[in-house]
Design a protein around this ligand. Structure first.
Ligand code: PAN
Ligand code: ZN
Length: 190
């Protein structure tokens, strides 16, 4: 067991801002997301898409990692801004997302090609079961902010999603967000 004293972090429930200063904020810009969007348009590569603010605890299976994600509103072509998405490296590690503000969709998929899309907004408590890859998508006009809590040794497998994509994508339709099959799903798989 690690000798970690209990502690409290203050969270602004509207903005997602944490009082505990974190110097390991992850910032993803369009330049970091090459290949993510189906129709890459000529968009500013420096444009900020999302940031992750972690609360630091040891990444072991005795601890619960937790972080705030702030996903900006925007689109590339008809596709909404989204996170890279990942499986956990330790596949069976589950996670919960608590929506704080904004409007989104949580796209989840299994390795055998099943997919589920769930709503995200203030008060949604999404359970991401073990074995399901997950990606959040901002379909609203303001930032999508959520808390993620997950088993500390889960790790990240981004490579599978980079290679295969998700079975579905979320695009802007004439009446709002639409979920449609991803024509590139597993197109590059060997
Ligand atoms: C989240 C995600 C965060 C960013 O904390 O890591 O929203 O998404 P990507 O990691 O896919 O870029 C989580 O699911 N942690 O396990
Ligand atoms: Zn995760």
């Amino acid at each position: 067991m690690t000798d970690l004293a209990p502690f409290t972090t203050l969270l602004d429930l509207d903005t997602g801002e944490l009082t505990r200063d974190s110097d390991t904020v992850v910032a993803r810009r369009l330049a970091d997301l090459t290949g993510l969007f189906l129709h890459e348009t000529d968009t500013d590569p420096e444009r900020l898409v999302y940031r992750v603010f972690p609360v630091e605890v040891p990444p072991t299976n005795a601890n619960l990692l937790h972080s705030i994600t702030v996903l900006e509103p925007g689109r590339v072509g008809d596709e909404y801004f989204m996170t890279k998405g990942h499986f956990h490296a330790v596949r069976d590690r589950a996670e919960i997302y608590l929506g704080l503000s904004g409007t989104g969709r949580l796209v989840m998929a299994t390795e055998d090609g099943r997919s589920v899309v769930e709503p995200m907004h203030r008060g949604t408590l999404n359970y991401v079961s073990g074995g399901w890859a997950h990606r959040s998508v901002n379909v609203g006009d303001g930032p999508l902010v959520f808390l993620a809590v997950y088993i500390g040794d889960a790790g990240y497998d981004y490579a599978t999603i980079e290679r295969e994509g998700f079975p579905v994508r979320v695009v802007e339709g004439s009446d709002g967000p639409v979920v449609e099959p991803n024509p590139r799903y597993r197109a590059n798989a060997s």
